[in-house]
Ligand binder design. Sequence first.
Ligand SMILES: [Zn+2]
Length: 183
Amino acid sequence: MDTSLAIPVAMLTAVVPRVNRCARHGLPPVKRTSFALQSRPKLDESNVALSGNVAATTGRLAEHAKKVKVTRITDWPLCASCARTRRWWLLVAAVFLWGGLALVAGAVVARIVNGQSAALAIPMIGGILLAIASPAPFVMGSIPRIIRSRTSDDGSAVVVRDPHPQFAAEVRAAFEQGTHHPA
Ligand SMILES: [Zn+2]
């Protein structure tokens, strides 16, 4: 069963600031955040990666870029747990990136000071791998991932996957207020 909740983009500014529950846990927000949400329209059925024709691939990617809609969202509620999860993933990403770079730098310095050594390949390669992997935790800590939301394919609505019932109830209440009593 699809329990996704769609909030029309036109209603966002009327609805979101009135919602006092986080989308994932249904808890009161400790902070409100603003972010940009990108739609991810499906690529044409012919797989871009498998296409041998570079010009056709480039054309299709440009076509795809035109279909991507970016929605600005402001005052989205985040509870303490959501905020903590986000901080944690961003910390892991920073440790991966800077720790990886520090390992590489350390291996380079050790090589200059102590000369060539096979053992230095371990921190060198490990550091490069850590730095390359750092976008993964960064994505895990991104707001759309934390609140499990995306825009609909045509960009007309923000879709929240598996929203907490209390969040959904507040959105519906705010939605009705917005439609029946325009401010
Ligand atoms: Zn939460």
